[in-house]
Design a binder for this molecule. Structure first.
Ligand code: HEM
Length: 500
C-alpha cells in the first residue's frame, strides 16, 4: 500500500497502490489517467537540479555558529550576534570554483566557502571563497573569466592559452594570481583553509550608525597546503579527495571549526583611504584594520537528504537580514542580481524569496593600482614559497602555445609580475624562458594588426623595432620598445640574447 505522504501523488489523494500501474486489463496498454505514474516519472525526470554555470557546488555540511565576543552589538544590530553564547544553525557548501561537479578538486582553483546562517530574522548567505580577493573588479568580465578557466569541451582539460590570455589582459588579476599560484592555492583539505566573505559589507548598529565590514573565517585546524607534485599525484589517484576528506571527518566526529573574525572600517575612513575599500582585488591592510574575533563556526552533521537539503539550496548574496547590507562593491552589486537569476533558471521561479536591495552610497573613483598588493604578497612569502610560486606560474604559463597570440599573452603576463615586483617578474621570465623558450617580437606586430579586443584595459605592448622583420628575433633585454619594467628585470637577470 502507498502511504498517505508518498510524494508521487503530489497534492492529490493518497494513492492506494504503489506497485502496479493502471492498465487496460491485465495485458492491455497503460492508461493516461494513471496520474500517479505520470507524476512519479515527471518528478523523477526533474530530480537532479542542473549544474550552475559558475561554481557548481560539491559537498555541504551542517553545524552551528556561536558568538564569543560580547562587543559585537556595538557594530551591528544583527540579532544573531546579540549575546555571547548565542547559537545559530548553519549550512555550509564547499566547491571547486571553476570546475564541474564531476571534475577533480585537487587543483589550483579557488575553493568556494559558502555559509548560510539560519537566523531568527531569516537566512543570511555569505557565499565566499578561500581567498580574500578576486580576479576582477568589474562584473562585466565575469563570464570571460569563468569561460577562460573552464575545461575545453573537446579535451575536458583546462587550456593554458585561455587562462593566460585572460590573465594577461587583466592586470587587476595579478594579486589573485599571485595568491592562487602560491601555497594557499592548493589547500590540503577544505578543513585546512580559511574562508572569506571577500567583499566589504555594511553593518548597521542599534544607533543607526553604518560601518563597513569584511568577514574572515580562520581555520582552527591550521593552514595546510599541498605541493604541486602532491596535488598532481592525488588528482590522478583520488580526484575528489577534498570532498571525501570533509565527509570522513564529519562522519568520524572529527568536527572542523573556524573562528569568525571581522575587519571594521568606519564610514569616515572611506574618503581618505589609500585604496578603494570596495575594490574586490584589494585587501584592507591588517595594520590599519585588525581582525576582531566574533565567534566560532563548527560543522558537525552531514545533510540527511541530498536533493532537498543540498541540491535545492541556492545561495544568494542578496539573502541578508536586518543589521547587514551590501556595500557599493560593484562585483557584489552584480551578484545581488545574478544569483536570483541563475536560481530562476536552475530551480523554480518562486523557489526562494528574494529580498530587495537596500540603499546605496556614492563613492569617489580612485586610480586603481593593480600591482602593489601582489608585490606585497610576494615579498611576504618566505623564499621557499616564492620558489614554489614562480615554479607554479611558469609551469602553467609555459604551456601557452608558441603562436603570436600566445607570445603576447606570455609577455603581458610577465610584464604584470614585473610591475608587482621586479625580482618576481624577472624570476618568472627566466623560468618561463627555460621551460618554453623566449617570445617572438613579431607577435606584437600580429597583435597590433588584430581587431581590438573587447576588454577595455589592455596594457601597451612593444612595437616591432624598425628594421627588424624576422620572426626569429626573441625578446631580449636590449629589444627597443620593451616595457621598461620588463627590460630592467631582464637586464638585471643577466639574460643577454634570447635567440631561437
Ligand atoms: C560579478 C561577479 C559574480 C557573478 C555574476 C557570479 C555568479 C554566480 C552564479 C550565477 C552562481 C550560481 C548560483 C546558482 O545557480 O545557485 C554562482 C555561484 C557561486 N559563486 Fe559566484 N559570481 C560572482 C562572483 C563571485 C565571487 C567574487 C565569489 C567569492 C568571493 C563567488 C562565490 C560563489 C559561490 C560560493 C557560489 C556557489 C554558491 C552555492 O553553493 O550555491 N562568486 N556565482
Amino acid at each position: 500500500m502507498r502511504s498517505s505522504n508518498d510524494p508521487a501523488t503530489g497534492p492529490g489523494d493518497p494513492a492506494s497502490d504503489n506497485q502496479n500501474i493502471l492498465g487496460a486489463g491485465p495485458r492491455g496498454p497503460l492508461l493516461l489517467q494513471d496520474r500517479q505514474l505520470i507524476e512519479k516519472l515527471a518528478r523523477f525526470n526533474r530530480e537532479r537540479v542542473p549544474e550552475g554555470t559558475a561554481h557548481p557546488f560539491d559537498l555541504s555540511a551542517c553545524g552551528v555558529f556561536e558568538v564569543t565576543n560580547p562587543e559585537v552589538p556595538r557594530y551591528t544590530r544583527m540579532r544573531m550576534f546579540s549575546e555571547v553564547g548565542k547559537r545559530t544553525e548553519v549550512f555550509v557548501r564547499f566547491s571547486t570554483a571553476d570546475r564541474s561537479q564531476r571534475a577533480g578538486n585537487a587543483i589550483r582553483n579557488p575553493q568556494d566557502f559558502a555559509v548560510r546562517f539560519y537566523t531568527e530574522d531569516g537566512d543570511w548567505d555569505l557565499a565566499g571563497s578561500n581567498s580574500p580577493v578576486f580576479f576582477i573588479r568589474d562584473p562585466l568580465k565575469l563570464p570571460y573569466l569563468i569561460h577562460s578557466q573552464k575545461t575545453d569541451p573537446h579535451t575536458d582539460r583546462q587550456r593554458a592559452d585561455n587562462v593566460w590570455d585572460f590573465f594577461s589582459r587583466s592586470p587587476e588579476a595579478t594579486h589573485q594570481v599571485t595568491w592562487l599560484f602560491g601555497d594557499r592555492g592548493l589547500p590540503r583539505s577544505w578543513r585546512h583553509m580559511d574562508g572569506y566573505g571577500a567583499h566589504a559589507f555594511q553593518w548597521i548598529n542599534a544607533a543607526g550608525e553604518r560601518l563597513w565590514v569584511k568577514f574572515h573565517f580562520k581555520t582552527d585546524q591550521g593552514i595546510e597546503c599541498l605541493t604541486t607534485e602532491e596535488a598532481a599525484r592525488i588528482s590522478s589517484e583520488f580526484p575528489r579527495h577534498l570532498r571525501h576528506d570533509l565527509y570522513r571527518a564529519v562522519e568520524d566526529g572529527n568536527f572542523p571549526s573556524w573562528t569568525l573574525n571581522v575587519q571594521i572600517m568606519p564610514e569616515a575612513d572611506v574618503a581618505g583611504s589609500r585604496i578603494d575599500p570596495f575594490d574586490l582585488t584589494k585587501v584592507w591592510p591588517h595594520g590599519d584594520y585588525p581582525l576582531i574575533e566574533v565567534g566560532r563556526l563548527t560543522l558537525d552533521r552531514l545533510p540527511d537528504t541530498c536533493v532537498a537539503e543540498v541540491e535545492r539550496s541556492a545561495f544568494d548574496p542578496g539573502h541578508m537580514v536586518t543589521g547587514v547590507g551590501p556595500s557599493p562593491d560593484r562585483m557584489l552589486q552584480a551578484r545581488l542580481f545574478a544569483y536570483g537569476e541563475s536560481r530562476h533558471c536552475r530551480l523554480a521561479p518562486n523557489f526562494h524569496r528574494c529580498q530587495g536591495l537596500r540603499g546605496g552610497v556614492a563613492t569617489g573613483v580612485r586610480e586603481a593600482d593593480d600591482f602593489a598588493q601582489a608585490g606585497v604578497l610576494y615579498r611576504l612569502m618566505p623564499e621557499a614559497e616564492r620558489e614554489r610560486l614562480v615554479a607554479a606560474i611558469a609551469g602553467s604559463l609555459s604551456q601557452v602555445q608558441r603562436t603570436a597570440a600566445g607570445d603576447s599573452a606570455v609577455c603581458r603576463s610577465i610584464g604584470h609580475f614585473c610591475r608587482a615586483d621586479r625580482g618576481y617578474g624577472r624570476r618568472v621570465a627566466l623560468a618561463v624562458k627555460a621551460l618554453r623558450g623566449g617570445v617572438r617580437t613579431a607577435s606584437f606586430r600580429a597583435r597590433e594588426a588584430a581587431p581590438a579586443h573587447s576588454y577595455a584595459a589592455v596594457p601597451t605592448v612593444p612595437r616591432l623595432p624598425s628594421g627588424v622583420t624576422d620572426q626569429s628575433v626573441w625578446l631580449a633585454p636590449s629589444s627597443p620598445g620593451l616595457p621598461a619594467t620588463l627590460k630592467g628585470a631582464l637586464s638585471n637577470s643577466g639574460a643577454r640574447a634570447w635567440k631561437s
